[in-house]
Design a binder for this molecule. Structure first.
Ligand code: 5GP
Ligand code: MG
Length: 179
């Protein structure tokens, strides 16, 4: 694992190693397989941050998972109500399906609440969240996520899909901001 990583104006130190991540990914996959085998689950990976986690998780899953990549897009609607959120990229009907959202990180939980609300209207049979990282101190989401890789302190992290101003996503490990 590299020592310090410099991205734009900031420096980051090694935090969660590639080996530690891969071990945890295998454990999460085993848990998901136990829950979803025979249920024809569909996993929705949230772009861009979750791409690497989703890819590694999928290599371990044996529950015959389907995969779709989605993105939350916020736009100014035609009504005066201000900004509207929509989930783009979804091509499969989710009604009566077992759905698992794959996210990179849950911080305040606002993003996940938005996604949860949008997906509940599709009437899935079940809806669960699998996130690589959770910041418990700042998380105020409506639901406790079911599958979490690591609980971390409220520090800014990059790598393994997570970016700082669009850079750092390619790093195979997670790094934390140093000052
Ligand atoms: P939330 O809505 O839960 O506050 O924030 C979720 C989103 O904020 C994540 O999907 C991610 O894009 C971004 N985010 C939150 N914390 C971090 C962090 O420590 N590092 C990076 N790179 N992104 C973060
Ligand atoms: Mg994200």
């Amino acid at each position: 694992m590299r020592t310090l990583v410099h991205i734009h104006d900031l420096s980051f130190a090694p935090f969660i190693s590639e080996t530690t991540i891969q071990t945890r990914v295998k454990e999460l996959a085993a848990q998901l397989d136990a829950e979803y085998a025979g249920k024809n689950p569909i996993f929705l990976a949230v772009l861009n941050g979750a791409f690497m986690f989703a890819a590694d998780l999928f290599k371990q899953l044996t529950c015959q998972p389907e995969l779709s990549f989605v993105k939350v897009s916020s736009y100014v609607g035609t009504q005066s109500s201000g900004r509207v959120d929509e989930l783009i990229g979804l091509q499969t009907a989710l009604k009566d399906r077992h759905v698992v959202i794959i996210e990179d990180i849950l911080d305040t939980g606002v993003t996940m609440d938005k996604i949860g609300t949008l997906l509940q209207s599709e009437q899935p049979a079940s809806l669960a969240v699998c996130a690589l990282l959770l910041k418990p101190a700042s998380y105020k989401g409506k639901h406790q996520p079911q599958y979490i890789g690591f609980e971390i302190e409220d520090r800014f992290v990059v790598g393994y899909g997570l970016d700082y101003k669009e850079l750092g996503r390619e790093l195979p490990a997670v790094y934390q901001l140093i000052n």
